[in-house]
Design a protein around this ligand. Structure first.
Ligand code: ADP
Ligand code: MG
Length: 263
């Protein structure tokens, strides 16, 4: 079998502050194979963002290791990685056009302008923003701004796309539209996707596997396989009895510790 694109083993993270130490992760381990879509779910504060930032090279673990494409992540973002943050309003550069935002990282890595523009146009087309290249972020709705952020990440042609609650700040209809944008990206660009969500329906709907974290100090409570047929479709997939069964299974795992604590 080929090297997994992501391997995290025994990740520990303790945040140190004046108010005392907070143990966020206490030994998180899992792997992601190339071409997979994997969701990380868990209650708020479970350390989902922490795990993603460690894989992205934006944060050092206190112990344990993260590898991307067989290489130890060590102090800087691996070249294979693209990142989509939850807060689109802070992730786009307001003084640049849509096209400028998407070409910016490509130009920074030395791509000639014609090639950067061609790639940006293809990515914007893939997220349904063909024709809006000259608009500025403030002229776009939240959902459209998040599409720009997704296009920017995709145009970079990452092998691994990390997304932190990418659809959490938009309305329900836009959220479904964005969810349905993501799966074809895997087929069109061959990208592996790891995304964080606290929404169990979204996790099951989009992914091949769901990594469930416990409340902090967090470990992996279980990894649930999602063998639902592809392509997924909002209505058909969500009315499949196997969807309901998987959703129930993940929901129980996410809620169980809280229920036990509250008992
Ligand atoms: P999630 O994304 O699952 O909601 P996070 O990874 O953001 O969880 O955070 C996990 C825990 O670590 C939370 O309790 C959070 O308050 C704490 N935490 C996150 N970042 C910091 C920080 N920079 N300093 C101190 N505590 C932090
Ligand atoms: Mg988070």
């Amino acid at each position: 079998m080929s090297t997994p694109i992501v391997r995290v083993s025994g990740l520990h993270k303790t945040y140190v502050s004046e108010k005392g130490d907070h143990v966020a992760l206490s030994g998180v381990s899992f792997e992601v194979e190339r071409g997979e879509v994997v969701a990380i779910v868990g209650p708020s504060g479970a350390g989902k963002t922490t795990v993603l930032r460690i894989i992205a090279g934006l944060l050092e673990p206190s112990a344990g290791r993260a590898e991307v494409a067989g290489q130890l992540v060590n102090g800087e973002p691996p070249k294979e990685v693209g990142f989509v943050f939850q807060d689109y309003s802070r992730s786009l550069l307001p003084w640049l056009s849509v096209l400028g935002n998407v070409t910016f990282p490509l130009r920074s890595k030395g791509l000639p302008r014609p090639e950067a523009v061609a790639r940006a146009r293809e990515a914007l087309d893939a997220v349904g923003l063909g024709g809006r290249e000259r608009a500025h972020p403030r002229e776009l709705s939240g959902g459209m701004q998040q599409r720009v952020a997704i296009a920017r990440a995709i145009a970079y042609e990452p092998e691994l796309l990390l997304m932190d609650e990418p659809f959490a700040s938009v309305d329900a209809q836009t959220r479904m539209d964005l969810e349905d944008l993501v799966l074809p990206l895997r087929d069109r660009f061959g990208v592996t996707i790891v995304f964080v969500t606290h929404d169990v329906d979204e996790a099951v709907y989009l992914s091949d596997r769901v990594v469930v974290l416990t409340p902090p100090p967090s470990v992996v409570s279980r990894i649930v396989d999602v063998p639902l047929p592809q392509p997924r479709e909002q209505h058909a997939t969500k009315s499949d009895p196997r969807f309901a069964q998987l959703r129930g299974e993940v929901l129980d795992l996410v809620r169980a510790p809280a229920l036990v604590k509250g008992a």
